[in-house]
Design a protein around this ligand. Structure first.
Ligand SMILES: Cc1cc2nc3c(=O)[nH]c(=O)nc-3n(C[C@H](O)[C@H](O)[C@H](O)COP(=O)(O)OP(=O)(O)OC[C@H]3O[C@@H](n4cnc5c(N)ncnc54)[C@H](O)[C@@H]3O)c2cc1C
Length: 350
């Protein structure tokens, strides 16, 4: 889909403003669109897709209904295709930074850090974990090696890691997933974790041990002590648990996967209730403590919440029905199926 991206610094007005263009924010465009609600989206990233495109574009997802396997980027591309008929307007590379209620005009007024103003009758917060930043290891010359590309915190293109000497550090899902996926294409891959116990999915842990037995992964239980290399990263010293001597590992790129720090950022000051950095909502409307501000996807909380993409899709559908009451207070929604409704099919251009 060709993105309709607005230049920053202008004033806009729309029905619904979605903060966050992750998978859930994108699907909300579809559900709102079926109800004739027009959307603008704001995202601090300069591309849509949220975590799927930023953190794991090439990693397969297996639990999207009716898509037995789809990568993070393919899911984003499919969502973009699905919402194309509704021509959403994107404000990318911009932080939603201030939200005020204009009681005279009955509208929310959102400002971004790039001086864009968007006025909307309803606000949908689909901000995931907020602006997420990777936790960085306390190592010597870290910033220097980051700049030289010797330390990276995400795998954007698998191809860039072909025939490289890779060290992955960490014991969670990302560390183990990438160890398993990158080992076959690397020159060599070393996984460093400080204890035998891995927090990743058991199946991935088994795959990692199989690759280790096949000689495709070197596993060191220990801690990285020092980075070495003049104009680029060349070597890492690791102190193995219980070992007397440090071990040197030749290395072109270090991938530390120590998790992400959630930075809620300005949303925390929008005047809505938060509990443990999440927005409590009801499970009928997904409305926040402020009327006409909704929260869907990873950012919200309710009893039984699962931080899964499919849960966010369901939340988007119900939220849209509630948002409709604010946009069209005098209109009742007639329940329709896309398979059989000619009016819905007309909106979809099929
Ligand atoms: C490695 C990994 C594997 C995963 N695998 C699966 C899986 O197999 N199945 C599954 O269902 N889920 C999986 N998940 C979880 C899934 O990615 C999330 O549940 C999903 O991305 C949540 O979507 P979202 O749209 O709510 O939020 P996000 O994807 O986090 O998107 C939120 C967006 O909001 C933006 N944003 C936040 N604050 C602001 C602001 N103030 N201004 C502007 N923009 C802002 C962010 O930049 C981001 O783009 C995985 C996650 C990871 C990290």
């Amino acid at each position: 889909m060709e993105l309709i991206i607005e230049e920053p610094g202008k004033i806009h007005q729309t029905d619904a403003l979605i903060i966050g263009a992750g998978p859930v924010g994108l699907f909300a465009v579809f559900e709102l669109g079926l109800l004739d609600i027009k959307c603008h989206l704001v995202d601090i990233l300069d591309f849509p897709g949220g975590q799927c495109s930023e953190l794991y574009p090439e990693k397969p997802i297996y639990d999207i209904p009716a898509l037995p396997i789809v990568s993070g980027q393919e899911l984003t591309d499919n969502l973009m295709k699905q919402i194309k008929p509704f021509n959403p307007i994107f404000h990318l590379g911009q932080m939603a930074s201030e939200l005020k209620w204009d009681s005279k005009n009955n509208l929310w007024v959102l400002k971004t850090d790039e001086e864009t103003t968007i006025k909307a009758r309803v606000i949908i917060i689909a901000a995931g974990g907020g602006s997420f930043v990777p936790k960085k290891p306390p190592l010597n010359d870290r910033e220097k090696y980051e700049e030289l590309g010797g330390i990276q915190y995400a795998v954007r293109k698998i191809k860039n890691f072909e025939n490289k000497r890779i060290v992955i550090s960490g014991g969670g899902d990302s560390a183990l997933d990438w160890a398993v996926n990158l080992a076959p294409i690397s020159e060599n891959l070393t996984l460093v974790h400080r204890r035998e116990d891995f927090r990743a999915a058991p199946d991935t842990v088994s795959k990692m041990y199989k690759l280790k037995d096949d000689g495709l992964i070197d596993l060191i239980i220990g801690q990285i002590k020092e980075l070495k290399g003049k104009d680029k990263l060349e070597e890492i010293s690791v102190s193995p648990v219980g070992g007397v001597k440090t071990q040197s590992v030749k290395c072109d790129v270090l991938l530390p996967f120590f998790g992400l720090t959630m930075k809620l950022g300005p949303i925390a000051n929008f005047g809505i209730n938060f509990e443990n950095n999440l927005i409590p909502v009801d499970t009928e409307r997904f409305e926040t403590s402020e009327k006409s501000i909704f929260a869907i996807g990873d950012i919200n909380f309710y009893p039984g919440k699962l931080k899964l993409i499919l849960s966010g899709f369901h939340e988007a559908a119900l939220m849209s029905q509630a948002a409709h009451e604010y946009i069209y207070p005098d209109k009742k929604i007639r329940f329709q199926y896309t398979t059989s409704s000619s009016s819905l099919q007309k909106k979809l251009g099929v």
